[in-house]
Write a protein that binds this ligand. Sequence first.
Ligand SMILES: [Zn+2]
Length: 189
Amino acid sequence: MIFSTSQDNLLRTVLLSLLLMVSLSVCNGAPNRKVTEKPKVMTEQQHKANPYYSRTVTTTLTLSDAVWKKVLSPAVYEVARHGSTEQAFTGKYWDYEGKGTYFCAACGNMLFRSDAKFSSTCGWPSFFETVRSNSVLYRKDLSFGMERTEVVCGRCKAHLGHVFDDGPPPTGKRFCMNSILLEFEPDKS
Ligand SMILES: [Zn+2]
């Protein structure tokens, strides 16, 4: 196809604008930023199917895979026990800014405070520290040809996500979590 100079210039401008739009949306990390709705709060009583769930008991849980499959929802089970990762920008908490506490969706263990949550462009909820040092445990993860540090729940060992060294002060850590393994409880007041 032959274009005149003006058509050629127009085409080039359109293509460049398109490229710019695409790269900007990638840089922002929020191509389809949604309106932040208040996530539905799951209370401790709503975990009737999971007798191991507790927000106060801290005893470590060692259950078989078959038991976990029975007491967790299929979506939570898939991430918690098989280490799946939810798609970026799809979880309920990646851009949520409510004040409160985040608990493990598999066992109720207290994991993070909203004060430690920061706005990250990665598309997953990100925190710079856990509530307690034993809230989570760490495992070396060599999957997908990368060397990463996996983060699992300190009580039930559910896969939560990974931790990276590119977070903000004061810790410099970025706990990059799957929303589906988190349950938020707003502060009372
Ligand atoms: Zn847990």
